[in-house]
Design a protein around this ligand. Structure first.
Ligand SMILES: *Cc1c(COP(=O)(O)O)cnc(C)c1O
Length: 360
């Protein structure tokens, strides 16, 4: 068996000890004689797995007691509709800050459910930065303000938490949840698909403040009603049981590493290696404003795009896969989520140095 360095933007690399543990427990979880996949979501075994995953998430993120944790399905794109269905009804209006392709998708979806005000956008600079807070035009009557904390495609990330003057802040954290400590109390709602940093696809985590429950539009499907899901401990419908189990293993692993401060330090070290190389290179470049660069997704372009295919082929030959950039932005992208070991980034930089020497 040999494992590659997988730079996929998602579904993405998972910690090897987690995969080994899941494999070891595949046929018989903890003496139950069953695979987790075969368990009733209402049985005592799965209820324990579910409760432990939630407790670990609460502990790692420091989630206050007045927030519910929901384990749902539908992904972040599903949440793009589920959030407005549940929250916009209070006033009928919401503010969106557009920093890239994912926030654009979010606000387009929200328009189906109410009035959307684009409070700020970085479209004029091709989404290479976060608009400064003092340029945002917020509506004090908005039901919420929506941001995307990390734009996965172009690699733009908030390194500050916006102050929204009492209006609930909603964040799509799909691609940077668990990558660093955050202050959950600054947010009204956080959502994230699991498949970037938390586990397999199929699970969507929602962290929502109690006072935001109970405002769903009458059209909201029951399975997507936050209040109903909260009242049923995320078991109004069958939750994605196996994905919750694997996410629980990932959370345990993150805790064993020393929690989010340790994870952040590791992520900073990895990103610095790649950015430092890009900044001195005359052949490769990253276009994101320095202060808004993502620690998770690092897009880069070759000076000569005719060499893209050769670059990718050489990477593949060296066991580094999924480096092709998103079709929207072209070029390359290295996604270096929590589970990417620093050795993977070192191998990538070494290869880039060689490639530049040969073709630069
Ligand atoms: C991956 C991603 C999505 C899309 O998630 P789905 O699980 O495909 O619905 C949305 N937002 C962000 C920030 C992402 O990284």
């Amino acid at each position: 068996m040999s494992r590659v360095f997988n730079f996929s933007a998602g579904p993405a690399v998972l910690p090897e000890p987690v995969l080994r543990r899941a494999a070891a427990e595949m046929l018989d979880w903890n003496g139950s004689g069953m695979s987790v996949m075969e368990m009733s979501h209402r049985g005592k075994e799965f209820i324990a797995i579910h409760a432990e995953a939630e407790a670990l998430l609460r502990e790692l993120l420091g989630i206050p007691g007045n927030y519910k944790v929901l384990f749902m399905q539908g992904g972040a794109i599903g949440e793009n509709a589920i959030v407005p269905m549940n929250l916009i009804g209070r006033t009928g209006r919401a503010d969106y800050v557009s920093t890239g392709d994912w926030s654009e998708r979010s606000l387009a979806e929200a328009r189906k459910f109410g009035t959307v005000n684009v409070a700020a956008t970085s479209q004029d600079t091709n989404f290479t930065r976060i608009p400064a807070r003092d340029t945002w035009r917020l509506d004090p009557g908005a039901a919420y303000v929506h941001v995307c904390s990390n734009e996965t495609i172009r690699g733009v990330q908030y390194h500050w938490t916006p102050d929204t003057a009492g209006v609930p802040l909603v964040a799509d954290m799909s691609s940077d949840i668990l990558s660093r400590p955050i202050d959950v109390s600054r947010y009204g709602l956080i959502y994230a698909g699991a498949q970037k940093n938390m586990g397999p696809s199929g699970l969507t985590v929602v962290i929502v403040r109690d006072d935001l429950l109970g405002h769903a539009l009458p059209i909201t499907p029951s399975a997507f009603d936050y209040r109903l899901q909260a009242e049923h401990d995320s078991m109004y419908n069958t939750p994605p049981t196996y994905a919750i189990y694997v996410a629980g293993l990932v959370l345990r692993h993150v805790k064993d590493l020393g929690g989010l401060p340790a994870v952040e330090q590791h992520n900073r070290a990895k990103a610095k290696l790649l950015y430092d190389f890009l900044d001195q290179s005359r052949f490769f470049r990253n276009e994101v404003a320095l202060q808004d660069r993502s620690l998770m997704n690092i897009p880069f372009h070759l000076k000569d795009t005719a060499l893209d295919a050769a670059f990718l082929k050489g990477a593949q030959d060296r066991g580094m896969v999924q480096l092709k950039g998103h079709r929207i932005s072209g070029g390359m992208r290295a996604s270096i989520y929590n589970a990417m070991p620093i050795e993977g980034v070192q191998a990538l930089v070494k290869y880039m140095q060689e490639f530049e020497r040969e073709h630069g």
